[in-house]
Design a protein around this ligand. Structure first.
Ligand SMILES: NC(=O)c1ccc[n+]([C@@H]2O[C@H](COP(=O)([O-])OP(=O)(O)OC[C@H]3O[C@@H](n4cnc5c(N)ncnc54)[C@H](O)[C@@H]3O)[C@@H](O)[C@H]2O)c1
Length: 353
């Protein structure tokens, strides 16, 4: 059968699209192939996209109507995840990138970079135990961001967040690209857990509950402000103790239940998408987009702290104060600050050594 030259070109383009996708030339051909017809929206990269968090996160971002282009980068298995997700009939165009030589292509032109790359906790490990491996990974990836998309918003998920955010800040400072508004440590899972556990105690639908969680993202640094729960609610001292402990140890609950198979991935992917979607709505210019995040902050004497922030076109445009705390929370705040100070220092020292 004879095809017209137009048809031949279309078939050639499709064949290129379907080839195992990871060499430079096919990245270029695929850019030709569909991106022009893609929906308007933001360009998002996920670094660590083939992991336990990365895969469901990539799927949920592929379903997000605010995303036009989705870049999936990992050091293993990104071709398979990319091929799989690329068959979903949603608007975002998906492209895969494998290994360090393709990091720069993965990052160029991105509006938002989400980083869940690294190793997760196993039973008996604290988030700090992950420090040495994940610190090096985050450093390399952030050097790529500084070089290829210095204006992108960065959502940092890799643990220990209390140290990886200061590491990223130091990398960006060294590169001369640091904008504190654009670097956000993702603590949304703590808020998601707090909303769920508080709703259980109050007998409410979790979607109606909003619990501010401040401080950091590890053990006692996770400080739920139960006195500021919406809708306004009061708790007995036993309920306060139970809820605070459960929220602070929610991660360990999952690590132990998975018994060596990793840490929270599905609820984390959900939380990461909730946060990324808020960042994209902020970038679009929506008013009143508010989330908790671990950011550069003057709320306490520490250089980084998680509180509610307002997300706008340039990232975390406003960092909110803590608001009135009760005695239980004031004691918790002192403990949180003490531990956070050490974790922040550890991150900064890693880069400066
Ligand atoms: N912020 C949070 O609330 C939160 C919650 C849960 C887990 N985490 C953290 O998220 C991270 C990922 O967890 P997971 O369960 O998905 O782990 P995982 O091991 O399943 O996946 C991690 C992925 O990162 C990839 N990776 C490793 N080195 C890389 C590099 N240099 N560049 C790109 N990709 C690289 C791995 O190949 C893997 O696919 C861990 O650090 C974990 O502690 C954070």
């Amino acid at each position: 059968m004879e095809f017209s030259s137009d048809a031949n070109q279309r078939i050639a383009r499709l064949a290129a699209h379907l080839q195992p996708q990871m060499d430079e030339s096919s990245i270029l051909r695929r850019a030709d192939c569909r991106a022009k017809g893609g929906s308007p929206g933001f360009k998002v990269a996920i670094l660590g996209a083939a992991g336990g968090i990365g895969q469901p996160l990539a799927m949920l971002m592929k379903m997000n109507p605010l995303v036009s282009v989705l870049h999936l980068y990992d050091v293993v298995n990104s071709p398979g995840v990319t091929a799989d997700l690329s068959h979903m009939d949603t608007g975002a165009v998906v492209r895969g990138f494998l290994g360090q030589p393709q990091l720069e292509s993965a990052l160029t032109g991105m509006d938002l970079v989400i980083i869940p790359a690294g190793v997760p906790r196993k039973p008996g490990m604290t988030r700090d135990d992950l420090f040495n491996i994940n610190a090096g990974i985050v450093k390399t990836l952030c050097e790529g961001v500084a070089k290829c998309c210095p204006n992108a918003i960065v959502n940092l998920i890799s643990n220990p967040v209390n140290s990886t955010v200061p590491i990223a800040a130091e990398v960006f400072k060294k590169a001369g690209t640091y904008d504190p508004k654009r670097l956000l440590g993702v603590t949304t899972l703590d808020v998601v857990r707090a909303n769920t556990f508080v709703a259980e105690v109050l007998g409410l639908d979790p979607r109606e509950v909003n619990v501010p969680v401040v401080g950091g993202h590890s053990g006692v640094t996770i400080l739920p402000l139960l006195s500021q729960v919406k809708p306004p609610s009061s708790f007995t001292p036993e309920e306060t103790e139970y809820l605070t402990n459960r929220i602070q140890n929610g991660g360990t609950e999952v690590v132990e239940a998975k018994a060596g198979a990793g840490s929270a991935t599905l609820s984390m992917a959900y939380a990461a998408v909730k946060f990324a979607d808020a960042c994209l709505r902020g970038l679009r210019g929506d008013a009143g987009v508010m989330e908790c995040a671990f950011v550069a902050s003057e709320v306490t004497e520490l250089p980084f702290f998680a509180t509610k922030v307002r997300l706008g076109r340039t990232g975390a445009e406003e960092v909110y104060q803590l608001g009135p705390l009760n005695e239980y929370e004031r004691v918790g705040l002192e403990k949180a600050k003490e531990e956070l100070a050490g974790s922040i220092q550890k991150g900064i020292a890693f880069i400066k050594k």
